[in-house]
Design a protein around this ligand. Structure first.
Ligand SMILES: Cc1ncc(COP(=O)(O)O)c(C=O)c1O
Length: 431
């Protein structure tokens, strides 16, 4: 362990966010990780953890991404180009266009910035203000994306929210039609599968109506594919299965290969032209200083090199097997209500445990009394087996399963055994 690793965890607690650090410790999370091993995490006590959070889809410190960034740093090419015309951004954008058909890319660092870019594109192109999202959404923590956020701690403290931004009830066709009646909608922003709301797939009839209404009313249809995209559900974009291609797509997380912060908002030349094609000032009016930095673009190029059809086929096959095993081996468990999701984006909807000792209230967190505790408790128990799990951010009753794409099948088989053991233990304890 180097000097930073020896002291830095404590310094995080003191100078970054004590609440985050305390939660990790109280929850028994493997938070003192000091190294990586073949895509997994190594704790300071030597224990190795497989990470099911989902953000490191290519595994921690993927060697191909690491080598590409190292190789770039060994050149004397600039990382930042004062005119912003960056060859590595050009190459990454071309590769994205070849994979998706979208011939305009706007790069930044976070998914939230990608969503903000789509919201601004819609307003600039349509000269309208209304932007619609769905209940249960998670689009990030910028002011625009916070306005689209599900009600609760990620949204409520930060009002008043951006005017003109509204949430519609999830899957409610009547409400969707009513929202379009006035013909003043600039954009609708949706996740093809809502991740933090508990792995909720947007119903087909709702998607069909969304595609039709946005096209008819000349509103921008935005697919936030920060979780679903880049292979997670077995295709490059999840929205390829929609009746029409969305007008804009947001990608992040894996786009930087898990090594650097990179995001992209993809759109068509026609939408870009309407919003930003007026003159040179207009062309620069949405700008992120480090959005095109070469090192991030190099990581993105390397990530795309790995995302080929063979890997997607693996994700589809392994994901279908994993889902079937979860249903077969856990579906009858009294604490399991439903197995959700597609590809390697799965979730277990768990029933509530009606025992006062197993509630947050019992541990002194009265503000969390209403929150479902089974999934957080299950995570806590599974840390001891060497698995890093999380609940869905908005719906704590859903246990999130997003392994890395290269996870061995035997690992998934063992995970199911351990989940069953711990669910049995929780059930016994609650009796
Ligand atoms: C669907 C979705 N959109 C947007 C975001 C925001 O991304 P970031 O945290 O990089 O701003 C997230 C983050 O988890 C997400 O899950």
């Amino acid at each position: 362990m180097d000097e930073v690793q020896a002291r830095g965890f404590h310094e995080f607690m003191c100078y970054v966010n004590p609440m985050l650090a305390q939660r990790a410790q109280l929850g028994g999370e493997p938070w003192h990780v000091v190294a990586t091993d073949d895509g997994r995490l190594v704790h300071s006590d030597g224990r190795i953890y497989e990470d099911f959070h989902g953000t490191q889809a290519l595994g921690h410190r993927n060697p191909h991404i690491t080598a590409a960034v190292k190789c770039f740093l060994d050149t004397d090419a600039p990382n930042w180009y004062p005119a912003r015309v960056t060859p590595y951004a050009g190459r990454l954008a071309r590769m994205l266009a070849e994979r998706t058909g979208y011939e305009r890319s706007s790069f930044a660092a976070s998914g939230s910035e990608g969503v903000e870019a789509a919201m601004k594109l819609a307003r600039a192109a349509t000269h309208r203000t209304r932007i619609l999202g769905l209940d249960g959404a998670y689009h990030g923590c910028g002011m625009g994306s916070t306005a689209l956020m599900a009600k609760g701690p990620f949204r409520d403290p930060f009002g008043p929210h951006v005017p003109g931004v509204e949430s519609l009830p999830f899957g409610d066709l009547d409400a969707l039609h009513a929202a379009f009646a006035a013909g003043d909608v600039a954009a609708v922003v949706v996740e093809p599968i809502q991740g933090e709301a508990g792995v909720r797939v947007l119903p087909d009839d709702y998607v069909a109506a969304l595609c039709e209404l946005t096209a008819r009313h000349d509103a921008l249809l935005v697919a936030d594919e920060v979780q679903t995209g880049l292979g997670r559900t077995g295709t490059f974009l999840r929205s390829v299965r929609w009746p029409r291609r969305p007008d804009a797509v947001v990608l992040a997380k894996l786009l930087g290969g898990g090594l650097v912060a990179t995001s992209a908002m993809l759109t068509t030349p026609a939408w870009f032209q309407r919003a930003y094609g007026r003159d040179f000032e207009g062309g620069e009016s949405h700008n992120v200083t480090f959005g095109y930095n070469a090192m991030s673009m190099v990581a993105g190029i390397a990530a795309l090199e790995l995302l080929d059809e063979a890997l997607f086929e693996r994700i589809r096959t392994l994901g279908a097997w994993f889902r079937a095993e979860l249903v077969g081996q856990l579906g009858d468990h009294p604490l399991v209500e439903e197995v959700r999701g597609e590809g390697l984006m799965l979730g277990l909807k768990l029933r509530r445990l009606d025992h006062p000792w197993l509630s947050f209230e019992h541990f002194g967190f009265e503000g969390l009394a209403e929150r479902a505790s089974v999934s957080p408790l299950l995570c806590h128990r599974l840390y001891r087996h060497g698995w890093f799990f999380f609940t869905c951010g908005h719906d704590w009753s859903v246990f999130r399963l997003q392994p890395r794409y290269y996870v061995p099948q035997e690992t998934l088989a063992q995970v199911i055994v351990d989940i069953r053991t711990e669910l049995d233990w929780l059930l016994e304890t609650s009796r």
